[in-house]
Ligand binder design. Sequence first.
Ligand SMILES: C[S@@+](CC[C@H](N)C(=O)[O-])C[C@H]1O[C@@H](n2cnc3c(N)ncnc32)[C@H](O)[C@@H]1O
Length: 265
Amino acid sequence: MHNANRRYWDNAAEGWEKLRDEDGLWLRCPREPELGFAGGALRLIREAAGDLADKDVCIVGSGDNYAAFALAGMGARVTSIDISEKQLAVAAKRANRLGLAITFLQADAACPSPVETETFDLVCTTNGFFVWLADLRAVFSELYRILRPGGHYICYDIHPFQRPWKDQKGPVEVGKPYWETGPFRDSKDGTFEFNWTLADILNPLASAGFILRRMLESPAGDSRFWQGHSYLPGTDEDLLHWRENPRSALPVWLTLALQRPARGT
Ligand SMILES: C[S@@+](CC[C@H](N)C(=O)[O-])C[C@H]1O[C@@H](n2cnc3c(N)ncnc32)[C@H](O)[C@@H]1O
């Protein structure tokens, strides 16, 4: 299933490159790191990891790499891992243009990568990553392995409570039960997606050995969340009001700050 997803992302990379070039926000990420994060994740990164100058940071499932550009702009030594070589090639071209020295590495997050054990002070995964993963236990074990003892894993992703509903402004209508998690095969793209529950996410994190330090559940900061894939500011404020768009009465972002225990604790 991950190989099918990799093929899709390789084929889609050019289209995503064009879409992101339309607004050019990636050019601003190193100076405006908040553009690389949502759901309070940047605040949790600052709280957990402090000054990033000279810290070793890894973004996994790095996609557009806005988070990688942001953290490199904050002074971190950044490694960017993605399953898609084509996505990484676009990001490497952009990093070059931005003058950022980022290491790009192709790997499936569910498999042990060539990265040495206990390499990073901070690992991040961001928006739209969990949905591609067939085996969260394998992924979280790998993230734990590459973190140094005492290191932090910060993630934000679409909140599981957004998954059961049909994608329409109103009325709110159930599209599937919360516990129907997939795999969902897209017959057009050939991809396999998963809609994990909160328990599906938290339990394998605990099994991997992580300590949960903070959890945030946030609304969309911008109506863009409900309006497709562009990152330009949303155009329909009504979508942020639950009477107009009942799904906005539930959190859209799940943000977690986790820690690998320090040695001897
Ligand atoms: C929707 S994008 C979102 C990623 C990123 N957070 C962003 O904001 O651009 C999903 C990315 O995850 C990558 N991906 C999917 N499955 C993966 C896996 N098993 N291991 C590593 N990367 C994966 C895809 O290649 C794609 O670049």
